[in-house]
Design a binder for this molecule. Structure first.
Ligand code: IPM
Ligand code: MN
Length: 355
């Protein structure tokens, strides 16, 4: 098969972790006889610095003509502490999601045997936890208008907007995943307070009738935040709106043991994007210490979701598990033992796939 991918490394640790995921991708292609064609493009702070736009037209054109996008991370402290900056790196990521129509962000949360004791949660609570968070990605308060400041600067506002169409397509997708898994769906909202959440519930209750085999549960987001760490094994598929999903998945990473472990797939209308859920970790940039596994596991999702090549995805997962079992891990999950460099972890996985 011929695989054409766009590589958007972004800022901070992005280039280092993406370099490893790209090497792993090349190794898998070589092993399974696929031809890989890839091109890189700018996104985020580095794109602002170079061309004044965090998601340049050229980058979008490359994404559109590719079969998948491998994405690193964006964000820079240069902009974080500057509330008056006119363009922010994050706008690049949001523009990409919107222009590619990536309305569903799939974030699988699983555990790894060698990491069970790394979680701040008790081992018996997390062992065997395996759920999937489906986050709506192109609506809600991230994109609602109006958004801004009053003229006197004394008031600021964001608007949360959802249409029936937006809710229906994401909840339907979640039901379809629930059907393929343990047939349990938890719909998370704040229907006791928010109007948009009440629309979510109304639309969901209609869809529920079409999936009688699925056990549907509705949960307020504050309660869900507690239940996810109190008993993660309770969950199978969780679906929620954009901002709740952003927050709950960072929280869910403590189940796995490190934010550096969680991959994601963003799918929708155009080319799908595969990216770790963590940020650009600027303090670690250029030091070769960041955990590349979330990005490498995102490459596994790319083979599975974008190319329908499950064996290739599994080869990556197996190599990642083997590396972890052998203790070839970065400092965030080294548990006081020897910590390996980003590149050492990546190249160990490359070798393990090649051999
Ligand atoms: C994520 C990130 C982004 C988000 C930021 C960088 C805009 O936190 O992908 O979860 O909030 O969606
Ligand atoms: Mn986030």
């Amino acid at each position: 098969m011929k695989l054409k991918i766009a590589v958007l490394a972004g800022d901070g640790i992005g280039p280092e972790i993406v370099a490893q995921a790209l090497d792993v991708t090349k190794a898998v292609c070589q092993k399974f006889g696929h031809t890989l064609e890839y091109k890189s493009a700018l996104v985020g702070a580095c794109a602002i610095d170079a061309v004044g736009d965090p998601y340049p037209g050229e980058t979008h054109a490359l994404c559109m003509e590719s079969d998948a996008v491998l994405f690193g991370a964006i964000g820079s402290p240069k902009y974080d502490n500057n509330p008056s900056a006119k363009v922010r790196p994050e706008q690049g990521l949001l523009a990409m999601r919107q222009k590619l129509g990536l309305y569903a962000n799939i974030r699988p949360v699983t555990t790894f045997p060698s990491l069970i004791h790394q979680s701040p949660l008790r081992a018996e609570l997390v062992e065997g936890a395996d759920f999937m968070c489906i986050r709506e990605l192109t609506g809600g308060i991230y994109f609602g208008r109006p958004q801004g400041r009053s003229e006197d600067g004394q008031t600021a506002y964001d608007t949360c907007v959802y249409t029936v169409m937006e809710i229906e397509r994401i909840v339907r997708l979640a039901y379809d995943y629930a059907m393929k898994r343990s047939k349990r769906l938890c719909i998370v909202d704040k229907a006791n307070v928010l109007c948009t959440s009440r629309l979510w519930r109304q639309v969901s209750q209609q869809l529920e009738k079409e999936y009688p085999e699925v056990a549907t549960e509705y949960m307020f987001v504050d309660n869900a935040a507690m239940q996810i760490v109190r008993g993660p094994k309770h969950f199978d598929v969780i679906v929620t709106e954009n901002m709740f999903g952003d927050i709950l998945t960072d929280e869910a990473s403590v189940i796995t043991g490190s934010l550096g472990m969680l991959p994601s797939a963003s799918i929708g209308v155009h080319t799908s994007v595969f990216e770790p859920i963590h940020g650009s970790y600027p303090q670690a940039a250029g030091k070769d210490i960041a955990n590349p596994l979330a990005t490498i596991l995102s490459a596994a999702l790319m083979f599975e979701y974008a190319f329908d090549l499950p064996k290739e995805g599994k080869a990556i997962r197996d190599a990642v598990a083997a590396g972890m079992a052998a203790g070839i891990v970065t400092e965030d999950i080294a548990e006081g033992k020897k910590a390996y460099k980003t590149s050492e972890v990546g190249q160990w996985i490359v070798k393990s796939i090649t051999n």
